[in-house]
Ligand binder design. Structure first.
Ligand SMILES: CC[C@@H](C(=O)O)C(=O)SCCNC(=O)CCNC(=O)[C@H](O)C(C)(C)COP(=O)(O)OP(=O)(O)OC[C@H]1O[C@@H](n2cnc3c(N)ncnc32)[C@H](O)[C@@H]1OP(=O)(O)O
Length: 311
């Protein structure tokens, strides 16, 4: 009897492991570009590495909420080439964080990010290299958005160009009163290339996206909330006496969604992600697979045993 139950448990575990492995594989192979698209990651990495400066810093906290900081204050947190490589590495670290539940993306020194480092942009202004950089960043930001963590961009100061695009690679956006998100690409004779236009259309609809990109509109918190780009407005702690530090406010905001065991929070993100990205039949099959990973798992058994009521 005991052996039989044990055998069933082992079978269940190995089936869960297979499902997770399949889901993880699906997630890993979720890069937009690979060698079959003629994309050579090592080649572009070598070129990007030549434009160094700044860093992308990752702090994984015991709470299961990590903080990713865009750190290049002397250039208003613009992305140097080496920071693009850093970003990809930090995303890999987050993909392999079983205890992770949430992620806050912020800029250092009270501003979010002013996009690509214009010095690097000038140096790689030929079309081929520009497109390779864009493929590299699309891969990194797509993987960021597809992390099994609930992510939020904390916008303080300015999010310009590629910085505005980065905010759309998070599940949510919080803005400090007085901050601005601006897709300035038109003023630079460009359009977004890091996937920001495609994601913006999903977030705010094509009419609003056309207005924001076509007019290079400065989005303040009020406009952001009105069009559905922004999910919350935080009090500027330097201007409002008694207000908590912004990062603390963002953690409090996020914690209502990350409360609970990591496997459940990760499963929540995964079902939403599959619903958002996959055709319905495939999304339904994926949802079934993800459901299989939480059904009968410890959090589910504990909840059943506690006979919890949802009043
Ligand atoms: C593919 C391109 C596209 C993309 O990736 O999708 C892009 O992102 S293109 C880049 C878009 N961003 C910009 O064009 C920003 C340009 N900068 C500004 O508009 C202003 O600097 C600012 C960000 C509004 C800040 O203005 P202000 O507060 O007056 O400060 P300063 O202008 O003095 O800036 C301080 C310092 O930072 C340097 N800086 C700012 N942004 C960048 C940048 N993107 N790349 C490189 N350097 C940047 C700025 O030059 C100043 O440096 P110093 O002159 O050496 O002090």
């Amino acid at each position: 009897m005991v052996l039989c139950a044990l055998r069933q448990q082992v079978l269940r575990c190995s089936s869960h492991c297979r499902t997770w492995a399949r889901l993880l594989q699906r997630q890993r192979s979720s890069c937009v570009y690979s060698s079959i698209h003629g994309f050579n990651q090592d080649e572009i990495k070598e070129k990007l590495q030549a434009f160094h400066g700044g860093s992308i810093d990752l702090l994984k906290q015991d709470s299961g909420i990590a903080v990713l900081t865009i750190n290049n204050p002397s250039r208003m947190n613009a992305f140097s080439g080496s920071m693009m490589i850093d970003l990809e590495e930090r995303v890999s670290q987050l993909e392999n964080w079983p205890e992770g539940k949430g992620l806050i993306v912020q800029g250092a020194a009270e501003t979010f990010c002013s996009g690509s480092d214009l010095n690097a942009v000038r140096a790689i202004s030929n079309q081929q290299d520009g497109m390779k950089m864009c493929m590299f960043m699309q891969n990194a930001l797509t993987r960021l958005l597809r992390l099994p963590l609930i992510s939020v961009a904390l916008v303080e100061g300015r999010a310009l160009g590629g910085g505005a695009e980065l905010t759309t690679a998070c599940d949510f956006r919080l803005m400090e009163a007085g901050s601005v998100i601006q897709f300035v690409h038109k003023h630079m004779g460009l359009v977004p290339g890091w996937g920001g236009a495609a994601r913006l259309v999903h977030l705010v609809g094509s009419q609003n996206a056309l207005k924001l990109l076509g007019g290079a509109v400065k989005v303040d918190p009020e406009l952001g909330v009105n069009i559905g780009l922004v999910d919350g407005v935080l009090e500027g702690h330097q201007k409002t006496e008694g207000a908590a530090p912004l990062l603390q406010q963002a953690e409090n905001w996020l914690s209502r969604y990350t409360k609970g065991p990591a496997p459940v929070i990760q499963a929540v993100k995964k079902v939403v992600l599959s619903g958002r990205e996959l055709p319905l039949s495939e999304a339904l099959r994926t949802e079934k697979d993800i459901f299989g990973t939480v059904w009968g798992a410890p959090a589910n058994l504990e909840a059943l045993a506690s006979k919890s009521k949802h009043k």
